[in-house]
Design a protein around this ligand. Structure first.
Ligand SMILES: [Cu+2]
Length: 497
């Protein structure tokens, strides 16, 4: 009896709260603190407080993309409101708090759009495929602001959007973006998601409003968490560094004890390898990078590529633009893509229709307002440049298709699979369970990390003057197409230079 009284009181309190909601006007608000208790030094970490504060801002709205057969397709999607130059270079748009807080301007395209006018001017029709790439490091705090700029092609819709980090160990369901259990963002509203980075790996994210619709329409992107191991000092033993956990202080002078789940009671440690880092600065150019906290150096890579397997159903996108009911059960993809592009756009790194694109630049699309915008920023041409000392390429593969499984295969160079769904393949005794294969099948919502290693003598004939070209392609042969075109789709080149 007392229970029901309390629940009735709770209910009336809830009704009161809801009644006040319309009075609280929606507004854009961007948050990126210069310092926090966890990171008193702000964007740069210290030995006592490793990691830093990272920020990124995105718009939720609509836009257009160009398919490999030349057709333009309507998107519900996300576009970059910060780090725009990085995004256009195919890089993550994530920045330090310091860089983010230098406002967007004509001379600083990487700054964040803080003012409502800038958010609307940059955000409307800014949808990209894939959604803006994000990358943080373990020990970081990440502040991600989503501003909903509305859908100019569908003024009848009042679509909310969210950000859901799929398969990510999130501290709070409030920041998980599942609207049933959290907040959803209205038009003209902003929301700043807050994340820590508990486990390195290849993750992805999407909007969680009517998922089959908003995912099919394009609200999907990738997210990388880079391992603590990247910060190991020169000449420090990786296994010992992981065990003592304080990677920024060789020999553990601060006396910090192991707080990392990877070293809890781990005896024996994995076979040790000595780091060849040249600096303790986080990921400087040319530095050694690892995909995971492996302790033995086995996930080292020289160059990384996001490989997002996906597809579009042009009929669904057409009715999505033209006020018609969408036939969910009839959804059937006809365009098959790697990171938003079908072959040959996957290997074309100079495509643009404005004449202003940069080398290795994005694919541009002429939008309904007559403006040409960067729509597909990620070239999927895999280059391993041996003259620059590169031998190992990390492919961060995720399947974000709504309707199909995909099998991808390589010819010539095998794939070394090192991780599945953001987890290193290793047994409880510390043995690596990596395997070589030339074909990998993923369903929607799965990811895998693969290393292409061309260091062996098998590739000795591939030189800068006589490069070798291999292929990454799907063996679902009907996916090697761009709608009515019979050659294209999910395929790209691996160039060993
Ligand atoms: Cu959405």
């Amino acid at each position: 009896m007392s229970n029901s009284i309390w629940s009735r009181r709770g209910l009336s309190a809830l009704v009161l709260c809801l009644a006040t909601l319309p009075a609280a006007a929606q507004s854009f608000r961007v948050q990126c603190p210069k310092e926090t208790k966890l990171h008193p030094a702000g964007s740069s970490g210290t030995d006592a407080h490793p990691g830093g504060i990272k920020c990124q801002e995105i718009a939720g709205g609509d836009g257009f993309a160009t398919m490999a057969d030349g057709n333009q397709i309507y998107l519900f999607g996300f576009g970059p409101l910060s780090g725009r130059d990085y995004i256009d270079q195919g890089l993550p748009g994530t920045q330090s708090a310091e860089d983010f807080n230098k406002d967007y301007s004509a001379t600083n395209a990487n700054g964040a759009a803080i003012e409502p006018a800038a958010i609307m001017n940059l955000g409307v029709l800014s949808a990209q495929e894939p959604a803006p790439l994000m990358a943080i490091d373990e020990d970081d705090e990440f502040f991600l602001t989503l501003s909903n700029v509305g859908q100019i092609m569908r003024p009848d819709l009042f679509e909310q959007h969210t950000v859901h980090f799929h398969g990510y160990p999130n501290a709070s369901s409030f920041f998980d973006g599942v609207p049933d259990a959290s907040a959803a963002i209205n038009i003209m509203g902003s929301f700043t998601y807050y994340y820590t980075a508990p486990d390195a790996g290849t993750y992805f994210w999407h909007c969680h409003i009517t998922p089959p619709e908003h995912l099919q329409m394009g609200m999907v992107g990738q997210l990388f968490v880079r391992p603590r191991q990247n910060q190991v000092h020169v000449g420090v033993d990786l296994a010992t560094a992981l065990y003592t956990s304080n990677l920024k202080a060789p020999g553990n002078p601060d006396g910090v004890t192991c707080s990392d789940i990877l070293c809890t009671g781990q005896t024996p440690l994995p076979a040790a390898a000595v780091s060849t880092h040249v600096s303790n600065v986080l990921q400087p150019a040319g530095d050694v990078k690892y995909a995971y906290n492996d302790g033995d150096g086995s996930t080292k890579y020289d160059v990384e590529y996001p490989i997002q397997l996906m597809g579009f159903d042009p009929n669904f996108h057409y009715v999505g633009m033209t006020f018609n009911p969408e036939a969910f059960a009839d959804m059937k993809d006809k365009y098959f893509m790697i990171s938003g592009r079908g072959y040959p756009d996957t290997v074309n790194t100079y495509v643009n229709n404005t004449g202003t694109g940069k080398p290795d630049g994005p694919l541009y699309t002429l939008d309904s307002d007559g403006a040409s915008r960067s729509s597909q920023p990620l070239p999927s041409l895999i280059k391993i440049t041996r003259s620059a000392g590169q031998t190992r390429a990390l492919l961060r593969i995720s399947d974000l298709n709504v309707t199909e499984f995909h099998t991808i295969a390589t010819v010539g160079v095998p794939m070394l699979v090192i991780a599945d769904n953001a987890r290193l393949l290793r047994d409880m005794a510390g043995r690596n369970l990596y395997y070589k294969t030339n074909s990998l099948t993923l369903g929607g919502g799965e990811s895998a990390d693969v290393i292409l290693d061309v260091s062996s003598s098998d590739y000795a004939t591939c030189t800068n003057t006589s490069p070798c070209t291999f292929y990454l392609y799907t063996t679902n042969l009907d996916h090697l197409s761009n709608d009515a075109e019979n050659f294209g789709g999910m395929m790209t080149e691996i160039q060993v230079l």
